[in-house]
Design a protein around this ligand. Structure first.
Ligand code: NOJ
Length: 561
């Protein structure tokens, strides 16, 4: 296993729209980020992944790009961006851009040309098909409800959009399109950016037969994932991208990959295959999904979570590399989803942090996670802004006998808007995010949960994250050690070890609100022990781990030598 800077780093994700507004228009911006760099430096992260800041009509908040070479006006200018990059590099922070190349906006110049006529040279930059029997070319559904095909009168054909109608899919079969994308990537890398987080990158290669997919009973549209997630040419495309672009730079690459399996992830991330460094899989965040996906929000068990995490830990142990996350701009808040956002909010936020950061892989922190921000009880659909949520709600409300209160419950549990409310900086109006009207309401709990308060309290979630990040720099075992699960069948305790040479890290996390007693005698026997981190003030180096009482949502990590 090779030693790499991106394995030793901790990455912080910024969703610019919700991070910090410097000009009072209610929308976060690039200058707002620059103003907070010292805060991020204090936290100790090494890399910032910036969700899209490119020019966009914002149908999907920037994941619909109109111009890859321009900064979104609401966010500022190219000068602001360059200043940000410069200020980051001065502080030895790296900047990873979001690369959205499965689709563009329908307002991108390529698409405007493409839809203008069948003979336009850019026609083939997108995926156009004639209808079948007066209907869509196949039954694939869009991730944002309805068909994945949109009829275009002008040329009497349909175009594919796996996401919104305003996000037409690019046709990666076309070599000219691929060259244009590679050139654009080089343009950003030559500007000095330090890598790419690649949006739904495993969707690039579509099965060229475009067959129907098996639909759930009573459903008109089906998940076509079998025909485009890990499609026939995906490894070829990524190897080409690596050869023509990535391999010339010392950068970080991570592919977002819904539906990716461990076996596929090994191929994407094995160093000798020259594709990507790491992937985001979705298995743990899919826990409790039902036939209607995340909106069913069914109960899940700790043993299921452990099984998933362990499968990925062991699966990528020899070849490949994991990325570790609970949160991002598409997921509900971790403390609400996997912890306890009531009486144990701080305890469980710290426990989740330790549980994740001690695993093998590169950890990601999503803005606000470092202060334990929670889900938001949206009082009505009018407060929501996310296109996925709004489309789903509208579709469901068309059905007979559907109760909007139930839909709102599901939204409260799982909507992407939970992650997108403004960062809570202080207890002033709108949590100090803006002096204007925020584009999405601030979580009403901002007076209790905010950065200012966290910085004043040496026991806060913030300082726990800071300590975890520092530990990563000291303890090689935290980065490179072998992972092994303990107490496999346990429904309350997630415990594991990391082993490097003669050194063992013992990680224990209580996922329940009850006190637990367990024994770790087998592992600790004959060893010296040193407490590395805990959220329980009473814990000491000398603890008897043969019979230990673990507090609700407690976590502790011992180094055994
Ligand atoms: C994944 C992104 O994370 C999400 O926010 C976006 O809506 C889709 N890809 C489409 O770009």
């Amino acid at each position: 296993m090779s030693v790499q800077w991106w394995k030793e780093s901790v990455i912080y994700q910024i969703y610019p729209r919700s991070f910090n507004d410097s000009n009072g228009d209610g929308i976060g911006d690039i200058k707002g980020i620059t103003l907070k760099l010292d805060y991020l430096k204090k936290l100790g992260v090494d890399v910032i992944w910036l969700s899209p800041v490119y020019d966009s009509p914002n149908d999907d908040n920037g994941y619909d790009i109109r111009d890859y070479h321009k900064i979104m006006e609401e966010f500022g200018s190219m000068e602001d961006f360059e200043e940000l990059l410069n200020e980051m590099h001065k502080r030895e922070l790296k900047l990873v851009m979001d690369l959205v190349v499965n689709h563009t906006s329908d307002e991108h110049a390529w698409f405007v040309e493409s839809r203008s006529s069948k003979s336009n040279p850019k026609r083939d930059y997108y995926i156009w098909k004639p209808g079948k029997d007066g209907r869509e070319p196949n039954n694939w559904g869009s991730a944002f409800s309805g068909s994945a095909w949109q009829y275009d009168e002008k040329t009497d054909e349909y175009y594919l959009h796996l996401f919104s109608k305003k996000q037409p899919d690019l046709n990666w079969e076309n070599p000219d399109l691929r060259e244009d994308i590679y050139q654009m990537m080089r343009w950003w890398l030559d500007k000095g950016v330090d890598g790419f987080r690649m949006d739904v990158i495993n969707f690039l290669s579509k099965d060229q037969r475009f067959p129907d997919s098996a639909a759930e009973p009573g459903q008109r549209f089906a998940d076509g994932g079998n025909f485009f997630a890990q499609g026939p040419r995906i490894h070829e495309f990524l190897q080409e991208m690596n050869r023509k672009v990535l391999s010339d730079y010392d950068i970080l690459t991570v592919g977002e990959m819904p539906g990716v399996t461990v076996e596929e992830a090994k191929k994407f991330t094995a160093e000798d295959r020259h594709e990507l460094q790491m992937v985001f899989h979705f298995e743990h965040v899919g826990l409790g999904n039902g036939p209607n996906g995340k909106w069913d929000n069914l109960p899940w068990k700790l043993t299921e979570l452990k099984e998933i995490m362990t499968k990925w830990q062991k699966g990528l142990e020899q070849k490949g590399w994991n990325s570790l996350y609970w949160n991002n701009h598409d997921q509900p808040r971790a403390v609400s989803r996997f912890g306890n956002d009531g009486p144990y909010r701080e305890q469980s936020a710290k426990m989740l942090a330790a549980c994740l950061h001690l695993m093998k892989g590169t950890p990601y922190i999503y803005q606000g996670e470092e202060i334990g921000m929670t889900n938001v009880p949206f009082p009505s659909i009018e407060e929501c802004r996310d296109i996925e949520t709004l489309n789903w709600y509208e579709e469901r409300m068309k059905e007979e006998g559907v109760d909007s209160a139930e839909l709102l419950e599901a939204i409260y549990a799982r909507s992407r808007d939970n992650a997108r409310t403004p960062v809570q900086w202080d207890s002033s109006k709108h949590a100090g995010f803006t002096t204007g009207e925020p584009w999405l309401q601030v979580n009403p709990n901002y007076q209790e949960i905010n950065v200012e308060k966290a910085l004043e309290d040496s026991e806060s979630v913030f300082y726990f994250y800071q300590k975890l990040i520092q530990l990563r720099k000291q303890e090689k075992a935290m980065v490179y050690g072998e992972y092994n699960l303990l107490l496999e069948e346990d429904e309350e305790i997630f415990a594991y070890t990391r082993l490097l040479d003669e050194e063992i890290l013992l990680v224990v996390c209580n996922f329940s609100s009850k006190e637990q007693k367990r024994s770790f005698a087998d592992i600790t026997k004959g060893k010296q022990q040193q407490l590395l981190i805990t959220n329980n003030k009473e814990r000491t180096d000398k603890e008897n781990l043969t019979e230990v009482t673990i507090q609700p949502y407690e976590t502790f990590v011992y180094k055994l030598t």
